[in-house]
Design a protein around this ligand. Sequence first.
Ligand SMILES: Cc1ncc(COP(=O)(O)O)c(C=O)c1O
Length: 419
Amino acid sequence: MKDRALRCWAEVDGSALRHNLAVVRSRISEETKLVAVVKANAYGHGLIPVAKELVGGGADILGVSNVKEAAELRAAGVVATPILLLSACLPEEFTRAIECRALPTISTYEEAKRLDVAAQKAGVRAAAHFKIDTGMGRLGLWGAEAVKELKRAERLPAVEIEAVCTHFSSADEDPERTEEQWNELMRWRSHFADKKLHVANSAALWRKTVYACSFVRVGLALYGLPPMPFLRRLLRPVLSWKTRITLLRHLPAGRTVSYGAAYVLRKAQNLATLAVGYGDGYFRALSNRAQVLVRGSRCRVRGRVTMDQSIVDVSGVPGCKVGDEVVLLGSQGDQVIYAEELAKIAGTIGYEIVTAVGARVPRIYRNFHFLSQGEEAQRKRKAAEASRERAREARSASSEDSERSVKNRPIAARLTRQA
Ligand SMILES: Cc1ncc(COP(=O)(O)O)c(C=O)c1O
């Protein structure tokens, strides 16, 4: 990292994001649409750059939590890609949802009615997705009651229920329960047989291919966080989190470190103070237990993590200096710290580790292709890439048939030029 003035920052790697997108794509058929979940600032990775990269890379729909996030995407030039709202809308939000052409997820006739009123006022028909609860217990009604509400909602003049969905509570840890939820949904399927269906998050996608249905809603895997441990080798972490040493001191045995004097030096140590604390999202629960990477070596956090600063033991790292880059999350030399490692120590999940990386931590975007491009440019680039790929495939398939190979070349060139 060249900018020596950066104290604490996150590097977001576009090539890892595209790699994970390709891994997800390889799990689903051409007919299944990919809802790339970018809610909560794209799980802390940065809403707009990540959304643009995913759309440019072939995501069909973006999934956000609420209309505020949808409006941010529209304002940033993501104008054509459909946006699905995954959380319930407040009554006042339906009008805004229509304005930014976002698809609400609704569970009841009452919500559908509100959407209908807003749509009629705006002089449009509004599409929505209808959620059925099968065991998540967060949105949706159960079985017969849900079907009854769905049927009423379908009769509203300005609302179109485009798809029916459910959400698994435990796809990462309980395949039997997940299958029970699926069976519960299938029990009612004949009542909405004409509707598209979506149920799968990242974990479900690797449980059973049948869960992919018409759409999959994937977040975690895109960011290179494995919902199940075996996926670690397939996915690449997208976010690295770094800070610097701001001060180095040699302290004798008996001294105490940080608030509460909770850490007492049993022997003399070289301690480095780092420019990161819980104000940046480095959880206090990591106090005394987490490790960071300094010059390729693992160094333990000593004493309590404070709001802006943390202290680590660098006694085993010769030659470290003020200003040295320290890795909190990511790799250095042959060492790597995954979000799963910090999550385990802090008693949480990888989602929370990356999503909590604070607003004051600048994100540096590397290897992003679509950062400053509008969707039209992205679409053309995608078309050009697809045609190049087709041409490459055609050339290799017909390496013995030079006539066919030649026939393919001008088409690829023409499409490339158009882009
Ligand atoms: C309704 C819904 N669908 C899909 C997802 C994406 O899940 P994951 O990040 O596990 O792929 C989420 C994320 O929390 C969600 O709330």
